[in-house]
Design a protein around this ligand. Structure first.
Ligand SMILES: Cc1cc2nc3c(=O)[nH]c(=O)nc-3n(C[C@H](O)[C@H](O)[C@H](O)COP(=O)(O)OP(=O)(O)OC[C@H]3O[C@@H](n4cnc5c(N)ncnc54)[C@H](O)[C@@H]3O)c2cc1C
Length: 596
């Protein structure tokens, strides 16, 4: 099995030349984020990822977490690695300095999130959920809750969870039944939650659960859900830990992948009731939880990128070692490594080009979120936020669906050995498979995109995006040789498909919502492929500029060739998806349930 080496060169390129770190470093509060600092962060993160986290990936897969009478015990080595992660300040990298964070832009943090997930996806889930809990508490918690809990969450000494799911309430959270009964300055929580990631463990001192529950007489459905902070250990006013709260992990799931990440069934209030504190307003829980979910959805999108990169590295390294067959057209020649076979090269470039598109898309979106938070001009902040709101479901859905495809191609490159656990290729595919399911399935992301994000402003944010793509298309030029002409044609066709599919969606969602929703996943994927193509075109232009200015780095020539491959072999999917979107749902709906 090969190790993981972070693709720092490409990360630097995207951060500097595509997501415009220089402009981000001019925003108030981000002045320290110089390119040199970003490089130093990437280098140190890459070291931790490859030397500490990656070697634990297989151990975690084989051993998993264990439920003991004292609670969940993480796989061997995970506790020490987590302490190192916290002690070196990684958890608070982009955390609010008011609570002890380092306040670096989310853009730089995006690269570290990718690295943690490439190195060890099961491990990376723990800080991923802590980040979501931190954001929800920061935005909606009372000053007292923020002061008491945020510093330890930001440092990572305490970890956070997201407690939404119940057996009858998965995608449909209106069915949540967990109860919250008011008592003095707090509530007593009673109920069971399932599938809670890192719901219990021994890596940190405390686990803070953010729990959706209903107060007595709350309205039915999502309007009656409130959000509560329910700590594993209660906390004194001075910040010291007090007695254990009435909650426990009753079992952990046996599952396809991410074995080292305990997926817990959590029981709240078996005895006197678990003490919980209301976060934000009563009955406003779902909208508050959306803060957490948006943060988590963005990071799960980056997780898709991370696991895809890991699968690619393993496939690439194997293809350079495995000897099989002879060169095409020279059957008597020396036997060659499989990377010499055209179909293996196709598979590797299919992986590489889409991963680079995902990286550029994900990091640029992280940069948009930085502008949305810190831009001095209110109208600009709104514009960036609208862009991010529109594209977060696409990042989550598209990158995680591609992650599964890419990890599957990774198995294929290995041939039979891909199906054998020893190479690690299986684990990447097994681990990747959850990403399009949790934090809202791809179907839920697609209905969010079409039913809420696109409709909310009648397509305005999408029209602005398309406008920007058109401006770029002109800059590609026709006279730069076949490569750039190909990129330009592919981008033009992709933009047209995106425009037409969007028009169809906006017309159809009001008249025939079932037809629109039936095409929504295809629409989401179409948006993803075109956004990826747009970013690859930008990457090609930036590389051309670098080469023209005298740079001789092979990286730029490879980037242009990779962008051409994406234009030729990936972008056409957008046009194909346009007809799928438009075909609507009539055929699927014409069949009765008994026909399935
Ligand atoms: C390993 C793991 C970790 C998890 N971690 C957490 C966690 O930390 N916290 C937490 O709260 N939950 C967690 N979950 C739960 C996860 O978020 C849910 O499994 C997921 O949201 C889907 O819900 P469900 O399983 O009930 O599937 P269902 O909602 O039953 O969905 C089944 C299928 O129906 C489709 N579907 C359902 N409703 C619709 C609709 N309205 N429109 C279109 N399609 C629809 C879905 O897309 C899916 O294909 C985790 C799950 C797993 C397996």
């Amino acid at each position: 099995m090969t190790t993981y080496i972070a693709p720092v060169r490409d990360m630097q390129f995207v951060i500097r030349e595509m997501a415009d770190l220089e402009r981000i470093a001019k925003l108030p509060g981000y002045e320290e984020a110089t390119p040199e600092l970003a490089d130093a962060v990437l280098e140190a993160a890459a070291k931790l990822a490859s030397e500490v986290l990656a070697p634990l990936n297989k151990i975690g897969d084989e051993q998993g977490a264990t439920l003991t009478p004292d609670g969940v015990v993480a796989a061997k080595g995970f506790g020490a690695a987590y302490r190192q992660f916290v002690d070196n300040g990684w958890n608070g990298l982009s955390g609010d300095p008011a609570y002890g964070g380092q306040g670096l832009p989310g853009l730089i943090c995006a690269a570290t999130v990718e690295m943690w997930n490439s190195a060890n996806m099961a491990f990376a889930l723990c800080p991923l959920l802590t980040a979501g809990a931190t954001e929800a508490l920061k935005q909606h918690g009372s000053p007292e809750l923020r002061a008491r809990y945020l510093p330890k969450l930001v440092s990572g000494e305490w970890t956070g969870t997201m407690n939404l799911t119940e057996p009858q309430a998965g995608s449909d959270l209106s069915a949540v039944r967990t109860k919250a009964v008011p008592e003095a300055d707090h509530y007593r929580i009673y109920g069971q939650k399932i599938f809670i990631t890192w719901g219990d463990h021994d890596m940190g001192e405390n686990v803070l659960h953010l729990v959706l529950a209903r107060t007595p007489n709350a309205p039915e459905g999502v309007r009656g859900i409130s959000l509560f902070l329910v700590p594993k250990f209660l906390v004194h006013a001075n910040g010291n830990l007090a007695e254990r709260n009435d909650l426990r992990c009753v079992s952990i799931e046996h599952k396809l992948g991410i074995h080292a990440s305990p997926t817990c069934v959590m029981s709240f209030g078996d005895n006197q009731g678990a003490i919980g504190y209301l976060v934000g307003g009563e009955n406003k829980g779902l909208s508050h939880m959306f803060t957490m979910m948006n943060e988590a959805r963005q990071k799960v999108g980056l997780q898709g990128l991370g696991i895809a990169e890991r699968a690619y590295q393993a496939a690439r390294d194997y293809a350079k070692e495995r000897v099989q067959g002879r060169p095409v057209g020279n059957k008597s020649g020396e036997r060659v490594t499989i990377i010499h076979h055209p179909d293996v090269r196709r598979m590797l470039l299919t992986m590489k080009s889409q991963i680079e598109a995902m990286r550029a898309f994900g990091y640029v979106l992280a940069g948009d979120l930085d502008f949305a938070q810190k831009h001095p001009d209110g109208a600009a902040r709104e514009r960036f936020q609208a862009r991010a709101d529109l594209l977060i479901p696409v990042l989550k859905g598209w990158c995680t669906e591609l992650a599964v495809e890419i990890a599957s191609i990774g198995v294929q490159v290995h041939g039979g050995m891909g199906f054998i656990e020893e190479t690690g290729a299986c684990q990447y595919l097994r681990d990747a498979r959850i990403a399009p399911i949790y934090e809202g399935t791809t179907g839920i992301q697609a209905s969010d995109l079409v039913g809420r994000k696109l409709s909310a402003d009648n397509g305005r944010a999408m029209a602005a995006l398309v406008g920007e793509m058109r401006t770029l298309e002109v800059h590609l030029g026709d006279t730069e040789g076949a490569g750039f002409a190909l990129i330009r044609i592919a981008l033009r066709d992709g933009i047209l498909a995106l425009e037409q599919a969007t028009q169809w969606m906006l017309q159809t969602i009001g008249q025939d919502p079932n037809a629109a929703l039936a095409g929504s996943v295809s629409y989401l994927m179409l948006v993803g492929y075109v956004c990826g193509g747009w970013q690859m075109a930008r990457a090609a232009i930036a590389s051309r500029t670098a080469l023209r200015s005298g740079e001789s780095d092979e990286f730029y020539r490879t980037k242009i060739a990779t962008a051409v491959f994406y234009a030729e072999q990936v972008m056409p999917k957008a046009t194909a998806l346009l007809s799928v979107v438009r075909s609507g749902a009539s055929t699927a709906r014409s069949l009765g349930d008994e026909c399935f």
